[in-house]
Structure formats: C-alpha cells, structure tokens
Design a protein around this ligand. Structure first.
Ligand SMILES: [Zn+2]
Length: 425
C-alpha cells in the first residue's frame, strides 16, 4: 500500500536543527520520499499532516516488557538489591501465558507512546516472540542468562530454536541478543557462552552494568577491578557488539574503553532515580565519545514504558552541570537507539529508502502552543498521549489514537486476572 502524509512538519533526525515542511510517501515497508512529493507517486491512502509533527518512531533500548505485571508492586524499597529480593521470587511463579498477556499490554502501551522498537531481556522467550509478532512492532529479544555455565547451556538449548525461528519469520522485525543479566548474577563462564552465542548468531551482547555503587564495590572486592574492566579481562567483550544497560558508575578507564568498543550505554534515568542508583553523567559520557541510547527499563522500576517521559527526565538531568541539548536527547531515543541495536541503516531517521517507522504528533494541544522550537517541544512539552498515529515497517499500528491490533479494555482485564492468579500461587 502507498500512503501519503501531506503538508506535515517533518523532523527527519538527519541533522541538528533540521526541519522540513512537506510530504512523506510510504510505499510498502519503506519511505519513498521525504519533503518534496514525487510526482509519479500514486497514494492509496492520504493523511492530512498539516496539524502534525512527523518524526522517526522511538526506540526503547532497554526494557523487560513482562514486568508491567509488577507495576507499582513493592515500590519504594531502599535499594536495588532489596527490590530484586522481592521481585525474583514472584518472577519464578510466572508462566508463559502470564508473560504473553503482559507483553501484549506492554506493546500496546509502547505503541501509544510512539515506540516501535523494543529491546527486551526476560524469560519465557516464546511467549514474547508471539506477542511481538502479533503486535507488529520491532524487537531485539534477549536470550536471557542467569547463573553458571551449566545452567546457561541448558537455557540456551531450551530457547535458541524459538529465537532463531522468530527472527527468521519476522521480516527482519525481530533481532537477537545474548543477555547475561549482570556480573553479580552470572559467572564468567556464562559471559563466555553469551559472547560465543552472540558472535555465532550476529547478535548483540546485552547486559546490566555498573547500575549501583554496591555492584562496583563488590566487583572490586571480589575481582580487583571495576565491572566493565572485569568483563574485558575475562575476554567477554572481544569482537562482539555490546549494549550496556545503566552504566551509572563508570570509571574514566571504563569510559575510555567504551569509546573504543562497538558498544552503547543505555540511559535509564527514571529507573536509576527510583531505585536510588544515582545519575549517569550522560553529557560527560557523550563528550568522551560514548554512544548513548535511552530506555525505560521495566515498568516495575519506572513505572511505565513512556519514552516521552524518559526523554523529558533525561533532558532535565542533562542540564545538571552538563549541556545535553534536546536534539541530543531525541537522537538517543531515535537514531542512536537504532545504532545501539545495529538497526541504523534501516530505521531511526526519516530518509528515502529506509523502513517506514514513524510517528505523527498532534500539535493542536494546549500544552504544545505556541510551538517555537520543535526540538524543545518534543522533549520538554510533549506527552505520550500527543502521539496520534504510528507506523512500523510501513504498517499502521495506531491511527488517531486507535490501536489496530488491540482492545485495551480486554487487555487490561486479562492482565489483572493473570496478576491476581500469580499472587495467589
Ligand atoms: Zn533492566
């Protein structure tokens, strides 16, 4: 199908400060043109974009989709460690059916906030693959690992066929990562297996790193060095593309190493504040050449999957002793997020030939006017509910706030019933 969006304010994310007033053509899965209309383009569907800003869809580069089940559950505990002590036991009770239901709600929530790409680390992979496939979004799905090499070998054997099949049948919408949870839950042997699996499967190595000072101090006490230097020393990072969630407490030696690696740090400011982990010095990291993307983390430590809220908080924190501009924050949530997952040639900007992942934002809302600077508008003023229409790979997932694949009332009822059942187990 050919779709024409007319006379819209375009933020292509191809250059700082660049805006265009014009048309966008979508032909099948791809963007046909941006700005000036191709005279030969015949539209099957025309969308009036005159009251809208159109930009690349957002990339949530670190989350745990099914944790929407634990939203507002066991909040306000003093530390990450105490929170995990409450969360891990309840996660052990979840079934694939619970995860499938939760992922459907999480995907619907994500689409409603303009996200079409999710990077997920969780359990019951087949259930997540099914939800992502049906939801029409894009996801990097982790082969999540905990524990020692023996446990990890068994987990790989159990899940890799489903992951590979999900990837093969997704029209490129599902990509993969090897996802050892963290250095305090996984052995060196597990990291070695994860690296090997990532290299074999053209996947990313996705792990939590230096989220808390306690993690760093315990690593120094046990291994004589900081977490990232420990992973480097054991050879876990050799030759593999890496995605490091959090990176709140990185040393100068570690930031210098990261600038050399094919790696990105995912900033999760809401989660870091809520779990009292600290504030990652993102402006400083960027000055030192690190690639930074943005994520919500799971809804249990956020407590939503709203990337507009995440951009807002990142922008505000970036003002503390730094110079993080609204454009830089938008890059983290679009093209830099795509790059961190190896998708920068396919999505993240609005350019002819790229896959059509884009969102339209309603500019007629009171809190968006007058709209002097569209980049400031997006990170400081816009709300997720301003996203009207969402395309992923050329297909409409939401139009005028109506979700194509989901009945929200039914999803909410199903998730609440499942959560009640989990609590009674
Ligand atoms: Zn996380």
């Amino acid at each position: 199908m050919n779709v024409l969006i007319t006379n819209t304010l375009i933020i292509p994310m191809t250059g700082a400060g660049l805006t265009v007033r014009g048309d966008i053509g979508i032909s099948g899965e791809r963007i046909a043109f941006v700005g000036r209309r191709d005279a030969s383009f015949v539209a099957d569907k025309i969308i009036d974009g005159s009251n809208h800003l159109t930009m690349p869809a957002l990339v949530n580069a670190h989350t745990h989709l099914a944790m929407v089940l634990m939203r507002n559950y066991k909040d306000n505990l003093p530390t990450l460690q105490e929170w995990l002590g409450e969360i891990f036991p309840i996660e052990d009770k979840l079934t694939p059916e619970d995860v499938y239901s939760a992922c459907r709600l999480a995907i619907a929530e994500s689409i409603q906030s303009g996200v079409t790409t999710l990077c997920d680390m969780y359990f019951h992979t087949s259930a997540t693959i099914q939800a992502v496939t049906e939801g029409g979004v894009r996801a990097n799905l982790g082969l999540t690992l905990f524990g020692d090499e023996t446990v990890s070998r068994a987990r790989i054997k159990e899940h890799e066929a489903a992951l590979k099949a999900g990837h093969a049948h997704s029209s490129g919408r599902i990509t993969l990562s090897a996802a050892p949870h963290a250095i305090y839950t996984c052995t060196a042997g597990t990291y070695h297996l994860a690296r090997a699996w990532a290299l074999e499967n053209d996947a990313v190595l996705h792990t939590h790193i230096s989220e808390t000072r306690k993690e760093v101090e315990e690593c120094i006490a046990e291994h004589g060095t900081t977490p990232l230097m420990y992973l480097k020393r054991i050879g876990a990072l050799d030759g593999v593309k890496c995605l490091f969630a959090h990176g709140v407490h990185l040393s100068d030696e570690e930031t210098a190493l990261l600038a050399e690696l094919d790696a990105a740090v995912v900033h999760n400011p809401s989660s870091n504040l809520k779990l009292d982990c600290g504030i990652a010095p993102i402006a400083s990291y960027k000055e030192r050449g690190l690639s930074i993307s943005l994520g919500t983390d799971g809804a249990s430590s956020n407590n939503n999957l709203n990337m507009f809220e995440e951009m807002h908080i990142a922008a505000l924190l970036g003002r503390l002793g730094g110079h993080l501009s609204p454009y830089e924050v938008l890059k983290m949530a679009t093209i830099d997020g795509a790059r961190s997952l190896g998708l920068e040639e396919r999505i993240g900007t609005l350019e002819a030939g790229k896959e059509a992942d884009l969102i339209m934002i309603n500019l007629t809302r009171a809190h968006l006017n007058p709209h002097n600077d569209p980049f400031s508008l997006l990170v400081y003023s816009a709300q997720a509910s301003d996203v009207d229409t969402v395309f992923c790979q050329g297909k409409i997932l939401m139009e005028n706030r109506n979700l194509v694949h989901y009945d929200i009332d039914a999803l909410v009822e199903d998730v609440n019933a499942r959560w009640a059942a989990v609590l009674s187990r």
